[in-house]
Design a protein around this ligand. Structure first.
Ligand SMILES: [Zn+2]
Length: 414
């Protein structure tokens, strides 16, 4: 029988900050520009003051000397899957079909800690890939201070058109579990969107195209009307919609339907990117995922010429930049190792962005695109989500890997 007892509040291991710190780096990147000779005062979980030392009243603060470092807002990963691990360890099909949910969650707790310690204090986690609503509990465990990890924006199961996102190679007589929730048509789509929101989705993810059936190439899945319905249903609850879209037609429909970010965009065209610019749709290019998958398929990066897929990606990414499309930082991490999120930052530079632009993308731009007004900048009143890296990452982006300090909500993790 049940027993009613007096509940005492357990002291969380990773709570919000209660201390006052004065951080003294060589320079501060505030999410938009660099400032030499700035200090940052943190009080409790928020940033209290920033500026030249003489202008900041630091009486009573514990001083943290960060000589040789650049202090920045905690980085915001725009496209993660904490419930996946690299496909060269276990192929996606086998993760979905053969791994117990308990195993996947146990791994995800480790992924969360690695992500945070690498300086990524927020992730937009875009689908559990067959692990139902397990991202919701993971997020709660982090928010309750039970395990260390980043703040999470979760998509839960994500939406797919029937039969379009499953492990492949099975007899059509067998029902194979899908990598997301199947829903089509008016009533079913409304119900699925509302159910996912009701169970904890902060954002709704839809697969606007995919490789399905026996064809090897990706094709659009949902109709424009279906996508519009998903957006309208999500919007009425204040949630935005993000679309996996790799084909030009899938992208076009997702843009016109009002999806706020497009993931991948590999086969975009100048016309499509112009349409994105016109509709203020952001692109999350996931360069590192394509690069990783090509290497898993046997490409010897560095010693062999780039495969066609990579050459094309460079071209379309350049077209997106030329069209002035807002670029979100998001690597589709999980395809490659959690904690190695910086790989995408390095590749954005390699594919043509300036390091300063890349850092903006990973901080203030992602905060704006994801509607996170409380973070992404070093500014009084915002959350004290901060990282310090050795050297100056606007000169050499690889410095983001030289982590000296990680703070989330005023609590020091490193
Ligand atoms: Zn993904």
């Amino acid at each position: 029988m049940g027993l009613s007892v007096a509940v005492t509040q357990a002291q969380p291991k990773y709570g919000v900050g209660t201390s006052t710190y004065l951080l003294r780096p060589d320079r501060v990147f505030d999410g938009e520009t660099m400032h030499a000779d700035w200090v940052v005062l943190v009080k409790g979980e928020k940033i209290e003051a920033v500026g030249r030392p003489a202008a900041v009243n630091a009486a009573g603060a514990e001083v943290i000397d960060l000589k040789g470092t650049t202090l920045m807002p905690g980085l915001i990963e725009g496209h993660s899957h904490l419930l996946l691990h690299p496909y060269n360890e276990t192929p996606w099909d086998d993760q979905v079909l053969r791994e117990a949910r308990s195993l996947r969650v146990a791994r995800a707790t480790v992924h969360a800690e690695k992500t945070l310690l690498a300086g990524f204090t927020t992730v937009r986690d875009l689908g559990t890939e067959g692990a139902d609503y397990d991202d919701v509990g993971l997020k709660q465990a982090i928010n309750q201070g039970i395990i260390p990890g980043p703040r999470m924006i979760v998509a839960t199961r994500a939406l797919i058109a029937t039969g379009s996102y499953a492990p492949k190679g099975f007899s059509p007589d067998i029902e194979v579990p899908q990598g997301a929730e199947e829903a089509d048509g008016h009533d079913k789509l409304i119900q699925a969107v509302r159910r996912q929101i009701g169970k904890g989705a902060d954002v709704v993810k839809v697969y606007a195209d995919y490789r399905w059936g026996l064809m090897a190439d990706a094709r659009p899945t949902y109709t424009l009307d279906e996508l519009k319905l998903i957006v309208e249903t999500a919007k009425s609850s204040g949630r935005s919609v993000v679309a996996h879209a790799g084909t030009a037609e899938g992208m076009r429909r997702a843009i016109l339907a009002g999806c706020e970010t497009l993931e991948h965009g590999d086969a975009g065209t100048p016309e499509i990117f112009a349409l994105m610019k016109q509709h203020n749709t952001a692109l999350c290019p996931t360069l590192a995922a394509g690069d990783a998958v090509s290497q898993y398929r046997g490409w010897k990066k560095g010693s062999e010429p780039e495969p066609e897929r990579i050459r094309q990606k460079r071209i379309t990414f350049r077209q997106a930049l030329d069209a002035g499309v807002t670029i979100c930082f998001g690597g589709d991490v999980g395809v490659f190792a959690h904690g190695d999120n910086a790989r995408e930052l390095e590749m954005m530079v390699e594919y043509g962005m300036k390091p300063l632009e890349v850092l903006r993308s990973a901080t203030s731009v992602n905060a704006d695109v994801f509607h996170l007004a409380d973070r992404g900048r070093v500014r009084p009143g915002l959350l004290a989500d901060l990282v310090a890296v050795m050297g100056d990452p606007t000169q050499n982006i690889a410095q983001v890997r030289q982590i000296r300090l990680v703070m989330k909500g005023g609590t020091l993790y490193k």
